[in-house]
Design a protein around this ligand. Sequence first.
Ligand code: NDP
Ligand code: DA3
Length: 327
Amino acid sequence: SSKIRVGIAGYGNLGRGVELSLAQNPDMELVGVFTRRDPASLQLQSAGVPVRALDQIEHYRNDIDVLILCSGSKNDLPEQGPALARWFTTVDSFDTHARVPEYYAAVDAAAQGAGTTALIAVGWDPGLFSLNRLYGECVLPVGQTYTFWGKGLSQGHSDAIRRVAGVAGGVQYTLPVEAAVQRVRNGEQPELSTREKHKRQCFVVLEQGADADAVREAIVTMPDYFADYDTEVNFIDAQTLARDHAAMPHGGFVIRSGQSAAGSQQVVEYGLKLGSNPEFTSSVLVAYARAAYRMNKNGQIGAQTVLDVPPGLLSPKSPAQLRKELL
Ligand SMILES: NC(=O)C1=CN([C@@H]2O[C@H](COP(=O)(O)OP(=O)(O)OC[C@H]3O[C@@H](n4cnc5c(N)ncnc54)[C@H](OP(=O)(O)O)[C@@H]3O)[C@@H](O)[C@H]2O)C=CC1
Ligand SMILES: N[C@@H](C[C@H]1CC(C(=O)O)=NO1)C(=O)O
């Protein structure tokens, strides 16, 4: 078929979101979902899409043009990213910022060897916020860039707490420090430490018999996720989690505050208000899957990030139509 044939690896919030987002993109079609769980146990939202065991996926390498990796960044992608780039052109949402260089290197080695294209760290942060941090500092070389998130549910941090031994379920909300936001908006260009910008608030369901103090300690000291923040851990039961914490709103903004050459004060801002973090992130992944497919066809192999993607490749419209409509 002339459509881009897309596979999903990992069926959680993002996997479900990608499944629905593909239906909004008629030049693409979902040809399979792959999971580490029992395939028969998964209930998809769309009819007629086969669900298969992830460890069988290499047999489908000729049936899939782009594989969208929807597993967790903390434990899953470091192993799955390089492994799957050996067989497929991939797009993932890897978001452990401190570990991007080592992840890029591992995925690049696999993709270069296989002649595939691996678009990593796609989403909104990293992803669309990364692009806007780039635009800001290139256009206003003299200035300061600030990123604020929330109040909202971080999927990466929620995934990370769910991986802690003794945790049966949980979510993490990111809270911006209002005083810090005000100082930035007032144009003070303050020096702010990680701890001065955000606080983190967790709601955790313990497994039967787990030690609450040990779980709290494992979370608040977790490198790359919680160690640099003031973090609150609240223990609740499963019913409360399902009743009060099922929605996943989020958002935030990137602001570049600087001076142009003659000294004028300039401010660039890009913001998001998300009713559903996973549904939005999934929509970003799907647009970038279109670009990854084209980049691979153009011979651009190896690991790539949103900073390497010509924006026009994201669109189903022709370059001529884009020039006519958007310039
Ligand atoms: N760059 C960005 O802006 C963003 C990045 N992200 C990243 O996306 C990642 C995935 O987020 P999210 O989809 O919310 O993670 P989930 O916890 O929903 O899913 C992660 C994986 O866990 C497995 N899983 C899902 N549900 C269950 C279950 N009920 N029981 C057992 N296993 C389950 C699935 O793998 P399997 O099917 O193989 O079992 C799934 O791929 C995050 O870790 C984060 O790093 C998220 C948002 C924004
Ligand atoms: N990757 C984040 C997307 C944004 C949200 C966030 C945070 O709240 O710390 N950091 O980046 C996510 O998983 O939701």
